[in-house]
Write a protein that binds this ligand. Structure first.
Ligand code: MN
Length: 205
């Protein structure tokens, strides 16, 4: 596939798969029930990677403060390169010095339903993101209910989006969700535990 039409070309270019435990992956067929994942990532700066399955890859945004269930909280979301579907199960430690070096945990995951409309008609997710506004329902273990992602423009040279919880019955129940529920939904580990395990493994060798 020519690099231009391969949505994962940028993802692969940034990584050396002999060094990082991250998956190389391929673009998948679109699924009937698209997934989402939020990874907590202790890179140079701690952030949360918010990823939505769109067209067989994970469309990705880095959310410095992490998602919130409070509709008044407008969370900055900086778009990053598409990731392969396999990334939704990735938890571990990217060696320091490699791209994104640091611990990663799967903070939340589940399925989502696109509910974006244009002129009262459903708008596919690809088109919604191209237009810069998507509305979707999350069915995660921590994140539930309606959210929107909206493109805001450039701030400091970087394209910025805003992730906002919709006012529905599932809003506002856990105001400080990222602090109250810090653990991995895959392993129950904290991001600090993943970092400590790495240090122990290095000391053994
Ligand atoms: Mn990240």
């Amino acid at each position: 596939m020519p690099a231009k039409s391969d949505p994962l070309a940028q993802y692969r270019r940034k990584r050396d798969f002999k060094r990082t435990p991250e998956p190389a992956g391929e673009r998948r067929k679109a699924s009937r029930f698209p997934r989402f994942v939020v990874q907590k990532h202790a890179a140079t700066r701690l952030h949360y990677d918010f990823r939505l399955e769109v067209g067989g890859v994970l469309k990705s945004w880095a959310v410095p403060k992490g998602p919130s269930l409070d509709p008044k909280a407008r969370r900055l979301a900086i778009p990053t390169e598409d990731h392969p579907m396999e990334y939704a199960g990735f938890e571990g430690f990217i060696p320091l010095g490699e791209y994104g070096g640091g611990a990663v945990i799967v903070w939340d995951r589940g399925f989502y339903v696109n509910v974006t409309q244009k002129n009262s008609k459903p708008l596919p997710m690809e088109a919604a993101l191209r237009r810069g506004h998507a509305k979707f329902w999350l069915e995660g273990e921590k994140l539930k209910g309606g959210f929107t992602l909206t493109r805001m423009g450039r701030a400091g040279g970087k394209l910025s989006w805003i992730l906002v919880k919709l006012s529905d019955p599932l809003a506002g129940s856990q105001r400080d969700l990222v602090a109250k529920k810090p653990r991995s939904v895959l392993s129950g580990r904290t991001i600090e535990a993943v970092s400590k395990e790495r240090v122990k493994a290095i000391k053994k060798n």
